[in-house]
Design a binder for this molecule. Structure first.
Ligand SMILES: *Cc1c(COP(=O)(O)O)cnc(C)c1O
Length: 381
């Protein structure tokens, strides 16, 4: 069956019944006898989808985790209250004091903050690697345990050579965790490219309506046991209402991403031809860093792009002049967003302020007219 069809049928129960799995709210699960109670406790040791206690999820979150496991071609899927919780849990599950980790240097800012502040405190050493690293031998130490990648990278969307990096990691016996929020289970499958864990912030495209926070970590092979232990011991879970909202959003994941992609591709090309724009970052542009990796490993783009304005143009004034693109953090909802980002020291392309756009599901002509009007206002200031 094609993935588009599966999205519609995930969680379907025997008929007659509702099209979406209902919200099952529970802490305690009641039993008639000690024997069925003990049986549930025993079965949950080998089956993550036994309904035994609210902290282990109910049928609502189990339907969502089964869907994500299938989309990402994993063996297990664990759910968290946010994308950041998923990333920090995935990292913590594999790391002990004295370990060393490699992290792509243009990783999501909250990921970097966690690594700098908490991993350091835990006695874990961090080395940042460039986005185009494929051979890890020169970065690895005897105590290196894992690599955290994010492709395309945050802010400038550089596309890593994931299969080559994973091949090198395997030789060095390193676990590879991928932040796949950009692809969101749809545009590429990190586990199929050689990664051990795929982490997704479902706050973005999975739920897709700017009203839900959630995160997921999908694993295969040897990575599953430590991830499961850490997730259970630290009491992580996703509330049933949020699981419901996420699965409902996923019904239209394929259609939404297709429209986000059409809009961002049209706008990226339009911006690239504008004299007010010095540079556009969008993995669909043929001169984009890592475009060939993307053409080989992925099946489309999402609604994100970044741009640098020509010298002398003010990014805040440009963003303030937009009206269909509201100013806001995050992305992946149905609406267009803009954010002016000031330079960061760490990553090479961040030496100039730039603008990140999330192209929503509006009509592309309207979005382009909005951008055009903002450029006119910049000139008339
Ligand atoms: C948004 C985002 C996160 C964090 O997700 P939250 O659900 O906001 O906690 C992690 N990684 C990437 C790449 C993101 O864009």
């Amino acid at each position: 069956m094609r993935r588009d069809t599966k999205l519609i049928h995930y969680g379907r129960r025997p008929l007659p019944g509702p099209a979406n799995p209902p919200i099952e709210r529970a802490s305690t699960i009641l039993h008639d006898t000690m024997s069925t109670f003990r049986d549930a406790k025993k079965r949950r040791e080998t089956d993550d989808h036994v309904v035994s206690y609210g902290r282990r999820g109910t049928s609502t979150s189990h339907a969502l985790s089964a869907a994500l496991c299938d989309l990402e071609q994993g063996e297990a899927c664990f759910l968290y209250p946010s994308g950041v919780a998923a990333i920090t849990s995935a990292l913590s599950g594999f790391l002990r004091t004295g370990d060393h980790v490699l992290i792509v240097d243009e990783a999501f800012h909250a990921t970097r903050t966690f690594c700098d502040e908490y991993l350091g405190q835990m006695g874990v050493d961090v080395t940042y690697i460039p986005w185009d690293a494929t051979e890890l031998t020169s970065y690895a130490q005897p105590n290196t345990k894992l690599v955290l990648i994010e492709s395309p990278t945050s802010l400038t969307f550089k596309v890593m050579d994931v299969p080559a990096l994973c091949a090198s990691a395997r030789k060095l016996n390193l676990t590879v965790i991928a932040d796949n929020t950009y692809g969101s289970g749809w545009l590429y499958q990190p586990l199929a490219l050689g990664c051990d864990v795929s982490v997704i912030s479902g706050t973005k495209y999975l739920s897709g309506h700017a009203d839900t926070m959630m995160g997921a970590a999908i694993s295969k092979g040897d990575a599953t046991a430590p991830l499961r232990t850490h997730t259970l011991r630290t009491g992580q879970l996703l509330a049933p209402d949020e699981a419901y909202a996420c699965l409902r959003g996923m019904r239209t994941l394929s259609l939404r991403i297709q429209r986000h992609a059409e809009n961002s591709t049209r706008i990226a090309n339009w911006l690239a031809a504008r004299p007010e724009v010095a540079r556009v970052w969008h993995p669909g542009l043929s001169d984009h860093p890592g475009h060939r990796n993307w053409a080989r490993d992925a099946n489309g783009v999402n609604g994100l792009l970044s741009l640098r304005l020509a010298d002398g143009l003010n990014v805040d004034a440009f963003v303030d002049s937009l009206s269909l693109f509201a100013v806001g953090a995050s992305w992946g909802g149905f609406e267009s967003l803009a954010l002016a980002l000031q330079p960061k020291q760490a990553a090479s392309d961040h030496d100039h302020p730039h603008v990140r756009l999330h192209c929503g599901l509006e009509h592309a002509d309207d979005l382009i007219e909005d951008l055009n009007a903002a450029f006119l206002r910049l000139h008339n200031r």
